[in-house]
Write a protein that binds this ligand. Structure first.
Ligand SMILES: Cc1cc2nc3c(=O)[nH]c(=O)nc-3n(C[C@H](O)[C@H](O)[C@H](O)COP(=O)(O)OP(=O)(O)OC[C@H]3O[C@@H](n4cnc5c(N)ncnc54)[C@H](O)[C@@H]3O)c2cc1C
Length: 522
């Protein structure tokens, strides 16, 4: 991009946004951070299990790569995944330099095991408070570095401005007034879309707005059909959907139905440590079959001291419901957890729009393919965040991956008369009921029809008005449903009961772009 003056707008204050801002500052740029919420309210804060990196004696980036490729079910971008695993140790060293207090054993960083990892390679902090430790450490560094942070300031849109980058439309009052920035680079670090599902592990900020905003501006999206469901989230009527980290199973906990049977044994050779999609579907099937609202995580075989030392936050949470995991089984159910796809980027975080960058969960770098390997997502935010920061200082030319199938999606205009709260609730029900763990053409089509109706009521009346958060939620939900309807096979986290097999012809990525936009870099 031509001569930006060093001012960069970074949107989002999770691991990706905080890290990009810090690195930009260290490289001599002038980042401004905005977040629609408070500085530390982000998915990142809730990450428990940890962050993956091949730093153990018996481990190597090549083994980490092999596990990542296997989990991604044939759709991982190998170059991106190589970048992820080979640059992981350096990014962990950055976190240590910033002061993240990773747990240690005898002076060495302690490494845990999680599902589908062939080695113990999960670094953690505060036992099961890894995300919180990272968020707090990076937040402090950002404030110490004097980086300007604007809380409760939402990105509402971006507009391409040719060789000068993009203009950002930002608002502090839910869109009633909108401020336009000077053209320049904008980094989307707006996270995922999990809370668009009625049952979700994500906090309410995770509404996939970055995806909708990028799509409206004409950016290419990929892999939107791949939503990961997490199999073990605490279940009790009226209780929050608190995640019971996979690392609990890594330490030896097993899943049982209400009769005490380990129903995953015999379904997959790794049983409870099988990839998340397999475990989530097995749990969902068991719940459907039994009519019982949950299954149980049995951690009673893990010595009490070890469990309480490794998972203090989980134990504190369970204690509020009178449960002691060394004695009681933990009721769990699957929920929406992670968005594998998003705004398509190259290895430097560049999107198809000049001057618009993306990293973290909002980006589709291709490292996760059809299914994310546990604990690779915090890492992705760092590795590609670093690349975005360097790219802003020393641009290098690389090409954007070209999707094997391109969907051009039209989007209706609206009358802005819909009730925002009711429309948002309806989106969450539609995604959970019709675009969930098990999908089929009939339900996907009817969800898309109803989302189209919702769009006609939530999109603003005048084309010049900036769409609000609920219109963006409807759009992101539609993008997920549209991609899911297009993929007539089952692969990774995307399961179609009407097309239950994986099909070689579908070993390709689905791209989505606005109907009137050519899918190439502007
Ligand atoms: C319960 C839970 C446990 C997890 N455990 C792990 C784990 O152990 N290991 C792992 O690797 N991953 C884990 N994950 C996933 C991981 O936490 C996320 O993928 C990662 O934190 C995403 O980071 P991010 O910076 O991309 O986005 P986030 O941390 O979600 O931050 C997004 C930011 O963007 C802001 N934002 C969004 N839209 C706008 C807008 N329009 N305008 C302005 N600001 C906006 C938000 O307010 C927020 O500040 C877990 C996730 C959850 C929910």
């Amino acid at each position: 991009m031509r001569g930006h003056d060093g001012h960069i707008l970074v949107v989002g204050t999770g691991i990706a946004g905080l890290y990009v801002a810090l690195r930009c500052r260290e490289l001599g740029l002038h980042p401004t951070l905005i977040t629609k919420s408070q500085l530390d309210e982000a998915n990142t804060r809730y990450a428990q299990g940890g962050i993956a990196a091949a730093i153990g004696k018996d481990d190597s980036p090549a083994l980490h790569l092999a596990d990542t490729l296997r989990a991604g079910a044939g759709l991982v971008n190998r170059a991106a995944a190589r970048t992820l695993v080979f640059e992981a140790p350096a990014r962990i060293a950055d976190l240590v330099r910033y002061g993240v207090p990773f747990d240690t054993i005898e002076g060495q960083i302690a490494l845990g095991r999680e599902a589908a990892h062939s080695r113990a390679r999960i670094l953690h902090a505060g036992g099961d408070a890894t995300g919180l430790s990272i968020e707090e450490t990076l937040k402090k560094r950002v404030l110490d570095a004097g980086i300007e942070v604007r809380e409760r300031t939402a990105l509402r849109g971006v507009r391409p401005a040719g060789r000068d980058g993009v203009v950002a439309l930002i608002s502090t009052d839910r869109g009633r007034t909108v401020e336009e920035t000077e053209p320049g680079p904008v980094v989307l670090a707006t996270g995922g879309a999990g809370s668009l599902y009625r049952q979700s592990s994500n906090p309410s900020i995770a509404t996939g707005e970055g995806v909708a905003i990028a799509f409206r501006a004409g950016a290419l999206l990929t892999d939107m059909e791949f939503i990961q469901f997490h199999p073990t989230v605490f279940w009790r009527e009226g209780a929050p959907r608190y995640l019971i980290t996979e690392a609990v199973r890594g330490e030896g906990a097993v899943l049982r139905n209400e009769s005490g049977e380990r129903f995953l044994v015999g379904q997959h050779r790794d049983a409870e440590l099988a990839p998340r999609d397999i475990v989530s579907r097995a749990v969902e099937r068991e719940i459907q079959r039994s009519g019982h609202p949950c299954v149980y995580l049995d951690a009673t075989g893990i010595p009490r001291d070890r469990f309480y030392g490794r998972f203090p936050s989980v134990c504190r949470f369970l204690a509020t419901y009178g449960l002691d995991p060394s004695r009681d089984w933990i009721p769990v159910t699957p929920v929406a957890h992670y968005m594998m796809g998003g705004v398509t980027t190259d290895l430097e975080g560049r999107t198809s729009l000049r001057g618009l960058y993306a990293c973290g969960e909002v980006a589709s770098t291709g490292v996760h393919g059809a299914n994310r390997l546990a604990s690779n997502s915090l890492l992705e935010g760092l590795v590609f965040g670093e690349r975005v920061a360097r790219q802003l200082v020393h641009p290098v030319a690389t090409s954007l991956p070209v999707p094997g199938r391109l969907v051009r999606m039209a989007w209706p205009s609206g009358d802005g008369r819909g009730d925002p709260a009711k429309s948002f609730d309806r989106v969450r029900d539609l995604l959970w009921d019709d675009v969930g763990i098990v999908r089929d053409g009939g339900h996907l089509r009817s969800a898309l029809d109803e989302l189209g109706e919702l769009a006609r009521r939530t999109e603003p009346r005048r084309a010049s008005d900036v769409p609000g958060p609920v219109a963006n939620a409807v759009l992101t939900a539609s993008l997920i449903a549209r991609a899911a309807l297009t993929r007539t096979e089952s692969r990774g986290a995307h399961y179609r009961s009407d097309f239950p097999q994986r099909r070689p012809a579908w070993r390709l990525h689905i791209g989505i772009v606005r109907q009137d936009v050519p899918a190439r870099r502007s």
